[in-house]
Design a protein around this ligand. Structure first.
Ligand SMILES: O=C(O)C[C@@](O)(CF)CCOP(=O)(O)OP(=O)(O)O
Length: 323
């Protein structure tokens, strides 16, 4: 009977975009996210001396070495901590609506951190799990917690981890407009690296983050959905502006991304408190009142299909499940 660990994906409202240290995955700035219920990964790990190499099965399909890179980083750290050398078999299932194409590395690497440490007999604190997940993928550090979490950038492996900010047990929800599920050509890792190295707008982005973060934490404390949305939308637009100045320039926006942004503005003209954020892909994520999710969804059906619209509510932190 192996242990299965579930971790949910999170969407940043104040973005992580750029590393101070690429090997340790230390970010340039603090970021803040909301963990969601709709998308999660379940993972189980078995260390087995009979295995000649680590194996990763994602939705029952064996993955190649490239996909294994981030996984191996986490497994090696766990082996080092536990004083073991055996290889591991990793079974992972991504629970994302099929149309979504939103399989997020955040939930995957967070679930791996939990499952691998459990399988190795380690009893890690949430802080330790956050650091371990971070080494797999930066945003995974935040999925250890439910609700709102802040990844404190720190200055070393030991000081860079997420902390819980608020349980999000109030009237906030998200609605995903899935405009495309094909693989993006610039990964978040490549995108942020190129931007940090070459974009003249990058410093301006960094300079604005402390104010965004403190304003966001105040808006969350006051449960002010409008302010949360305004700050998040502006933060996302600033982040995406940096990519246009990179060399070579790039953008994650597609024509349908712009259509989705226009639809959000039209909803605001109708009086809804709704704003959007975007990450390293063309999909658009709306921030709105949970109690207005269905009304907003109905309006959006004029421009998008049922399967493109996915409602999400605040979700829980990392936890063991029985399968
Ligand atoms: O989530 C956010 O704060 C914003 C982003 O999603 C992009 F918009 C960045 C996610 O970066 P991630 O995939 O974690 O990169 P890694 O550390 O290179 O694996």
């Amino acid at each position: 009977m192996s242990n299965w660990v579930r971790a949910h994906t999170n969407i940043a409202l104040i973005k992580y975009w750029g590393k101070a240290d690429e090997d340790l995955i230390l970010p340039m700035n603090n970021s803040l996210s909301l963990t969601l219920d709709a998308f999660y990964t379940e993972t189980s790990v078995t260390f087995d001396d009979a295995l000649r190499s680590d194996e990763l099965y994602l939705d029952d399909r064996m993955q190649d070495l490239a996909a294994l890179k981030k996984v191996k980083t986490v497994l090696d750290l766990v082996r080092e901590k536990a004083g073991i050398t055996s290889k591991a078999k990793v079974m992972s299932y991504n629970h994302v609506p099929t149309a979504a194409g939103l399989a997020s590395s955040a939930s995957g690497l967070a679930a791996l951190a939990g499952a691998a440490s459990l399988a190795a007999g380690l009893e890690l604190s949430s802080e330790e799990l956050s650091k371990l997940a971070r080494r797999g993928s930066g945003s995974a550090s935040r999925s250890i917690y439910g609700g709102f979490a802040e990844w404190q950038k720190g200055t070393s492996h030991e000081t860079s981890f997420a902390v819980p900010v608020d349980d999000a047990d109030w009237d906030i929800g998200m609605l995903f407009i899935v405009v495309s599920d094909n693989k993006k050509d610039v990964s978040s890792r490549e995108g942020m690296s190129r931007t940090v190295q070459t974009s003249p707008f990058y410093q301006g982005w960094l300079d604005s983050l402390d104010d965004d973060l403190s304003a966001m934490k105040l808006a969350i404390k006051e449960q002010d959905i409008h302010e949360v949305g305004v700050i998040a939308e502006r933060n996302a637009l600033k982040m995406h502006a940096t990519t246009l100045g990179a060399d070579p320039p790039f953008t994650y926006w597609s024509p349908d991304s712009m259509k989705a942004m226009e639809a959000v503005r039209a909803l605001r003209d109708k009086g809804y408190s709704v704003h959007f954020t975007m990450d390293a892909g063309p999909n658009v994520k709306l921030i709105c009142r949970q109690t207005q999710l269905e009304e907003i969804r109905t309006h959006l059906l004029n421009d998008f299909s049922e399967s493109q619209l996915i409602s999400a509510r605040p979700g829980p932190g990392l936890h063991v499940v029985s399968r």
